[in-house]
Design a protein around this ligand. Sequence first.
Ligand code: PLP
Length: 353
Amino acid sequence: MAISIKITKTTHSRINTCDFNNIQFGTVFSDHMFVVDYEDGNWINPEILPFGPLSLSPSTFALHYGQAIFEGMKAYKNTNGEAQLFRPKDNIKRLNQSAKRMAMAELPEEIFMEGLKQLIAIDSNWIPTKSGSSLYIRPYMFATDEFVGVRPAKHFKFVIFTCPVNAYYPKPIRVVVEEKYVRAFDGGVGATKAAGNYGISMLPTYEANQKGFDQIIWTDGREHKYIEESGTMNVFFVIGDKVITPLLDGTILEGITRNSCIKLLQNKGYTVEERKISVDEIVDASNKGVLKDAFGTGTAAIVAKIAAINYKGVDYKLPNPEEREVSNYLYKTLGEIQTGLIPDNFNWIERVN
Ligand SMILES: *Cc1c(COP(=O)(O)O)cnc(C)c1O
C-alpha cells in the first residue's frame, strides 16, 4: 500500500545561515520534519512540514510518565553526490522493540521508511559533504494522551527531524568504572532506547565529569563486576589478538555500530568474543601488557578510543591511538562504506533517491 504524505515546504529556507564547516553537534536543524500520529489503533495524517514547535497539552502523558523512545541514525552523500542511509531498517526494527517493551504502538516499517526517505530527499541539500560530516537523524515517539492516571497510553506522536553534523573527532576519552550507580538491571529497559535511560545517566555522568573523566564504564547492577557499556556507547576491548565485547543479556543496548563492527572484524579474520567481561580481566590484561585497544561504538562518534580506564583510583592506560590496529580499521572502514568510497559488501546502504 502506498503511503501518501502531505507535504508543506518552507518558504524561508535557513540553509544559507548554516556554516557547514563549523557546526556545533546537535545545534543546527534542517528545514523540515516528518510527523505522524497514532489514534484509535491507526497511524494517521503523515506529514512533512517546516521544522518548528509542536503544540502540546500540559497534561501530555509522556511528560510525566515517560513513555518516550528514540533512535539515532545518519544520512550521507556518496561519491556521486547521492543521499544514502546506513542500515535504516535496523533502526525501525529497534524502535519497535523499544515500543513493545514500553507498551507503545509499533510503527509500520513502510511509514517509517517512506517518511524518512521523503524527508531526507526534501532536505538533501542539508547533508554536508565534507569528509566525516553527515546528516544526523533523530526519530522519536512519545505518548500524547491528555490524561492523568496510570495505564498504557493510547495516543502517540512519531517525529523525525535532522541535524547536519561535522566529523566528531573526540580525543581519546578517559573513562571511570562506575561502582555506585547503575544504568540498567535484569528485567529493566537497558536493551531499549527509552528516553529515561538517558535521564538517569545525567547525574552519574555529571559527577564523573566533575572528577575529570569523560565517560562512565557502566557495570552490572548486581555486583558491579562485569562491564556493560561506555556512556551511551557499546564497548570493545582487544586483549592479545582477541576482540571482546559484552554479550547482549537484556541490560545492554544492541548498537547497530556494534553489530557492524563485529561483522567487519569477523570478515577480516579476527576472533570476536561476545561474552561477559569483568573489570578484573581488563585490569589483569593491562598489568600483563596485553590490553591493546579499548573503544566505544555508536552512531554519533562511530568509534571513540579510550585513553585510560580508571578503577578504584588507578588509571590503566592504553597504547597510543595511532598504534591501535582494530579501532583505526573500524573507524576508517565504516566511514568508507557509509560514503560509498568502498563497496558495500554487507548490503548496509539504502539509497534515498
Ligand atoms: C544508541 C545507543 C548505543 C549505540 O547504538 P548505535 O545503533 O550504534 O548508534 C549504545 N548504547 C546505548 C545505551 C545507546 O542508547
